[in-house]
Ligand binder design. Structure first.
Ligand SMILES: NC(=O)c1ccc[n+]([C@@H]2O[C@H](COP(=O)([O-])OP(=O)(O)OC[C@H]3O[C@@H](n4cnc5c(N)ncnc54)[C@H](O)[C@@H]3O)[C@@H](O)[C@H]2O)c1
Length: 388
């Protein structure tokens, strides 16, 4: 492993705000790539737990001979846990905010940060669903604010969506992209600050669509999931992936996305029901499926069951949303494919899968859905351009 050879000269010190699921991982990845990091949370005990998790993760890398003990200690030593905000922000070049997904809380956090951050500090947020432009306007420096959307777990996931807000300076976009590269990760530029950015704009609606298919198509969850896995080339079924991601996360993302644009997702009540009854998926033992307490428990899916279902409706919605991103200049077709490969583990290009099913069939499926379920399903004009 090469550490630190790509360090950005403008960035010596990083402050990560929030040491939870994402924050501690981002801090670790930054330190592994040579940066000096301050990890800040509101209580000592959260930081203690985060530093223990980082130690555990580094120990695993030592066990696997990816790094040696000395390197592990050096990386751990580059991360300074600090509760005091003023001290945590002292001399920081880049702030990465990873506090809970709540605009009110983020607003409060940025107003505190603005009191202490030096002029040179660039702000970034790891938000999954809140608009970057809106958050940036809450701060003293919307021109030096950028979305850096890491995926969970940051230690393993290569994808980072880079999202400029309406006022973000070009130089900050370049810096964001280069910073992500310096972490040995793959940045994908999300040119427009749209709800769900790229991956969630495709993933979240799919979960809802699969729930509609379950209502309408007289098939079991494992039949639909098997078809999604073996015919749409996802690494697991869509219900299984929803359980793995967390129904709480999906519920929140749905609300945020839907409240901003009714055309992004067609919410199915099942998600709300599961969330309200505390069925968050794998983490709570119950979601679409029920789970035991084994860590890597998987739902049994088979090619045999896949033969019993054509996931055309789910595929059509995925392709339609990908087409929307392209025709609206959010990203290129190549970027959508790379984002889906790295962010959702898609094993084949989405538009290749579409071609195999036939774009005419996809457009017809969407048009039928417009007839029965409304304009949410209107085929994007981009589909016509590739179907002929
Ligand atoms: N969990 C995911 O899968 C995931 C993936 C991508 C992006 N995100 C985004 O990352 C952000 C953080 O999510 P998470 O899952 O890591 O949340 P989390 O709840 O695991 O961690 C948030 C941490 O922030 C701390 N915190 C609260 N107020 C703070 C403050 N004023 N200063 C510093 N720390 C504070 C909390 O104590 C907690 O430790 C959210 O915006 C979320 O949307 C989450």
């Amino acid at each position: 492993m090469n550490f630190g050879i790509l360090l950005l000269p403008q960035i010596n010190k990083i402050t990560v705000l929030g040491s939870g699921i994402m924050g501690h991982g981002i801090a670790q990845v930054s330190a592994m790539n040579g940066y000096n990091v301050v990890l800040r949370d509101i209580e000592e005990r959260f930081l203690e737990s985060a530093m223990n998790k980082i130690r555990w993760s580094l120990d695993k890398l030592v066990e696997k001979n990816k790094i040696n003990k000395q390197e592990s200690d050096k990386i751990h030593g580059r991360i300074k846990p600090i509760v005091e905000l003023k001290e945590a922000l002292d001399d920081t070049d880049l702030l990465i905010e990873a506090v809970p997904e709540d605009l009110k809380l983020k607003k409060k956090v940025y107003s505190e940060v603005d009191q202490f951050a030096q002029e040179k500090t660039i702000y970034s947020s790891n938000t999954s669903t809140l608009p970057i432009s809106e958050i940036s306007q809450l701060t003293s420096r919307p021109d030096r604010f950028i979305g850096l959307h890491f995926f969970n777990p940051p230690q393993l996931m290569k994808l980072v969506e880079v999202i400029p807000g309406a006022s973000t300076a070009e130089s900050i976009v370049d810096l964001g992209i280069n910073f992500v590269k310096s972490l040995s990760k793959d940045p994908i530029l999300c040119n427009k600050d749209v709800p769900g950015f790229i991956v969630n704009r495709i993933f979240i609606p799919l979960v809802h669509e699969a729930a509609y298919c379950l209502d309408n198509d007289s098939k079991s969850m494992t039949q639909i999931d098997s078809a999604v896995k073996f015919k749409m080339y996802l690494p697991m079924g869509i219900f299984e992936l929803a359980d793995y991601t967390g129904l709480d996360v999906i519920h929140r993302a749905t609300i945020e996305m839907y409240s901003r644009d009714k055309k992004v997702v067609n919410p199915h009540p099942k998600i709300e029901q599961l969330f309200s009854s505390g069925k968050y998926g794998k983490k709570s033992g119950d979601g679409f499926y029920s789970y035991g307490d084994k860590n890597y428990e998987r739902v049994p899916l088979s090619e045999e069951e896949a033969k019993q279902y054509d996931p055309i409706r789910i595929l059509s919605v995925a392709i339609n949303n990908a087409a929307w991103l392209i025709s609206n200049g959010v990203c290129t077709r190549e970027d959508v494919e790379l984002a889906l490969k790295l962010g959702m583990g898609l094993k084949k290009e989405l538009f290749e899968i579409g071609k195999e099913s036939g774009f005419e069939k996809i457009i017809n499926t969407l048009n039928q859905l417009v007839g029965t379920n409304g304009s949410f399903y209107t085929p994007d004009p981009y589909l016509k351009t590739i179907s002929t």
